[in-house]
Every structure is written in structure tokens, then in C-alpha cells.
Write a protein that binds this ligand. Sequence first.
Ligand SMILES: [Zn+2]
Length: 653
Amino acid sequence: MKSFILLIAISFFTCGYLAAQSNNLEITKQVAAIEKAKFDSKMENKAPSLASNNFTVNYYRCNWNIDPAVRYISGSVTSYIIITTTTNQVTFDLSKALTVDSIIFHATATSFTQKNNQTLVINLPVTLNEGAEDSLTIFYHGVPPNSGDFTGGFSQTKHNGTPVIWTLSEPYGASGWWPCRNGLDDKADSIDIYITHPSQYKASSNGVLMSEISNGSTTTSYYKHRYPIATYLVAIAVTNYSIINNNIVINGKSMPVIQYIYPEDLSSFQTATPIVLNALQLYSDYFGNYPFIKERYGQTEFSWGGGMEHQTNSFVIGAGTNLMTHELGHQWFGDRVTCGSWQDIWLNEGFANWLADMFYTEKIDSANYKSNVLADLLYITSAPGGSVWVKDTSNSDRIFDTRLTYDKGSFLVRMLRWELGDSLFFKGIKKYLRDPKLSYGFARTADLQRHLQQVSGKNLDYFFNQWFYGEGYPSVTVKWKDSSNNKIYFTVSQTTSKPSSVSFFKLKKLPVQVSNGKSKRTYILNFKTNNQEFVFNSPSFNVKSVVIDPDNYLITKNNKVIAQTLQPMTDISSVVVNPNPVTSSAQIVLKNMKGKVQMFLFDNSGNRMWNKEVDATTNSMTIPISFSAFSNGTYTLFVYDDNGIKHSVTIIK
Ligand SMILES: [Zn+2]
């Protein structure tokens, strides 16, 4: 799902795709509508699924009667259920605003009660044992609760003077218009949807349109979908749609791409359709074939202020590139693999945002990509705290928080890619999407972490603890000096924006780029502890400037670079190591040092092997150092006093 609220929030920084999507007046109208809808939603007590846990749903057959001119629904839903705990009672999610007329079980009406404003308790005339498969049909009618934002399911409005009804159920709105299991623990294996509507209109829904049968003044449109589907991804829309038919061949497999568009917007969608086709190909190349390739992909225009990734059929307000590619990306991340809790909504939204960014970078405008990344960073770090992990899943505003779920979530994906490198990252993501336990089912953040760890052999606990559960970001300071002995030294420290949550961010690949104005060289620092020292061979030019994370792979802000002047060696003070070469231990002899003296021993790869700090209290001091645990090779000892580096000694073992 993508709301224009989030686009507005960052439009001061990035408005390229926004401008392409809609004019300002339309946006203003949308925002006003959304704000009203948000107010409306607060008037109702929306809650997660209260369906009983003693059954799962295998299949739904829905018969709905819809007239876009009237905010009303009637019909029936037949559910094929599997009992998971022996029982004679099952509870569905259904708003009490809807009236249940009857429930037929084994061809006989059975008793029921509607409770808690949102549950339908069905009393079965027999006890069904664990493992039993059965079915029941719920007949109902009524006016769905008047919400209209993403916590409400059912909206009726007009476009260009013509009435339209469309649904958007994420996260909890499905039970506002149909009886279902409305949670993130159960996908029906398949669904059939029959929509009877006035004949002058077209109906759009999930899967393949099998038939449109005229009944005189009404038509029944039948959609068949044979992939597992989460309840919140079921959707319908009815109005005077114009239809754009296309076809795409993905890795030799042909598939229709069908768009249901308001007639007044037909030309703008026709112009933008190649973007959808290009993105279908690009995403299939990166993440495996489009997940519902045996059926189709499509879009349906609706009047909510953004888009929604209904399975096989994204609902979109316009033909903007970012919106269309975001919603398409969800077919892999959100629909094929669905977040298993709203705590993990970034698995849907962070990835969809990142896929839209990827399309933009590769197909539209790589030159301006960096300014978009910078805009995201500014927005992410505009507040000191907030985690990508959603603590309060009863709050849909938090679930769909732009800064945390979309932008910071997307940046987590970017950081994981940088951390692991392209090859391992894409391998891990493909394994995650194809895992039989997750694919066409549900996943938690730990499932993603497990796959990335398996392919990389790296423990990523620190990453998810600091970036997913943890809040805030680091501000990094790099002090550097380029020495006459062909070495460059960095001392790296950080403060964090919310130390009570994360006191130190491990940055295992911190890029530090040095330059003389013409040439550049980037050093990758494994930044594990505060005031960490690094020494590398100098570049083949005199360093004039240093930039931290020049390509913005990491979430940081207010970074600082401090150049330190190299102190010339004095004639008086000296450092001698005896013996040298060394076998197992040696003595460091310091002469004429002043103040605090810091000693660091580095191996040939720049790893710090040993360090010690002493107070120079006498003119001659002897410090023992053991080499017994170190392998044979060349080492460099650096000795600093209060004025900075004084000496370096090469030691051979
Ligand atoms: Zn989305």
C-alpha cells in the first residue's frame, strides 16, 4: 500500500514522481479526503482479528451484489473450513453493521450470534473433530461501516460524476464488508468471486475473469483465483471502467496484463503501461518470475489517495511511476510472501519502496537517484527515535508510518544489500521468497534474517537488533592524518540519536573516501567500537579531503571529519623495541615521552593486535609486550603522546 500522505510528507525533498502522478489540486483533495477518513476511523474501534483459532479456511466462494450508486452490499460467502481443534462452534470476523440473514450448514439453517461489534459466532449442530473438512454459507446484507481509510474496507464515491464502489481492506477492514478470517495466519488456497452489478458497469477483482453473464439489467462477473491469498488482499471494484489489454512474455511464459481504468484517465494510463511491463520484467529477472504468472497481472483505478497491492490486481489512483512500481513490487513482497504480523509490515512496505527505487535507478534516472536517497535520509533522521518494528499493531497510523515503515524499512533493505554484497544478498532474498514454508504464505523478520545468514555465513543479530528493533541512528566522527611513512590513520567515534535504545551502532562496512580533488580512494572500515583506530597504506596522492559514506549506504546524520596535523618527530624522544626481530616477547623502551602515551600494534592487514596506555612519569620507561600469540609476519607499532603520533617502529616476528 502506498498513500499520498507519505508522498506529501517528503514532497519538499523529492517531487519528481509526485509531479508526474497528479496535479497539486488533486493531491490537496486527496489529502483532505484521507484526513477526513482518518478522523472517521478514529470514531470506530478498529481491532485485529477476533476469529477463533479452532479452524482455518481453505476456500471462499463469494457472491456479492453491488450497485456503485448505493453504499450497500448483499450476498453470501461460502467457506470451506478445516477444523484444527475439535469443536461445535467457530467464530468469524464480521462487522455488526452488517446483518446476517442466515447461515446454512449441511443444508440446514444453524444458529449464530453477532458479538463485540465485529465477530460472528456460529453454533454448529454437530461436533467437528480436529482435521474435519466442512463448509458453511453465510447470507448477509447491510451498509458497511463508514470508514474509508485503510482500516475500513468499503468505499462508495464518484469519479467524473459516475458512481464507483471499491474496497481496500488492509489491515483490518475486510470484516467491514464480508465474513472472513481476517488475520495474518491463514491464506485461503483459492477463491471464487461472483459480483452481480448493473449491466452498464464492469467489475474488477482478483485472478482471472472467467465470465460475464447478463441477467438483463444486471451482469454477473465471475473471477477465479487459484493461488493462496491473504484476506486483506481480496478486493472488488465496480464502475464504468475502460479496459486496456496487454500481454507480456516473461522467460517464455505469456501472461495477460489487464488494466481497468476510469474512461477520463485512459490516455494517461495507456502512456504509462510500458512502465508496468518493464517493471514486471525487471522484478522477474531479480526475484524470479512474477508470482501469479499462470493467471495475470492487472491494475484497477480507484479513488483512494494512493495504491493498494491487491493480489494480481493493484488498485491505483493514478499512473505515476513510483506508485505503479511500488504496488507491482508488492506482488513478490506482500502478496507472494506476506508479513506474518503487522509488527513486520516493513517486509511488505520497505521492500516495495526499495523495489520502486530500484526500478527508478535502473530504468528512469540513475543520475538523480542520489538526491532521492538523501531526501529519504533527511526524512528518516528528522526525529531521533522510532523503530521499524511496529510495537503497537492496533494503531494503523503507526503500522503505515511513512518515516519508519516505508523509508527506514526501505533503507534497511539498502543497508543489507550493502552489507552482504549483491551476490549473497540477492541469493538470500530469492531463497526467502522460495522457502516452501514462506512462499505463498507468511513470513516474519526472523525468517528473512535466517535466509540472509544462511547464504552469507554471517550472524546478523547485531544488524536487526540495532536497525530493526532499535531506534535512532549514529553520528560518526572520523579524525584522520596522512603520514610521511605512507600510512593513513583514522580514529573513528560515534554518538547516537537515542542512546537509551542503541548506544553504539556497529557499522561493519563503513566507507571512508579520501580525495585530492582529482583522484579518490575508498577505505572500508569495520567500525566495531568507539574511538577505534585504523591504519592503511596511503593512497598514491596527497589526501586533501575525507568523506564519510559518500554514496549513502548507511543511515547516519551530522557526520564530522577532522583533519589532524602530523607532528614531526622530535630529536629528543625515541622508541626502541628489543629484540627486533622478536620471537616470543620484547621490551618497548620509551625515552623522553610526555603526558599520556598510547601504543598500538597493527598487523600487516591493519588489524589492531594490541594496545596500551601509560603515563610518562620518567624519561625512560620499559613496557613489555608479548608476541607469543601472534603469527610470524611484519607488525607496526605506533606510539602517540599528548601531541599526536610520534613514532612508528616496524617489528618482524
Ligand atoms: Zn505498499
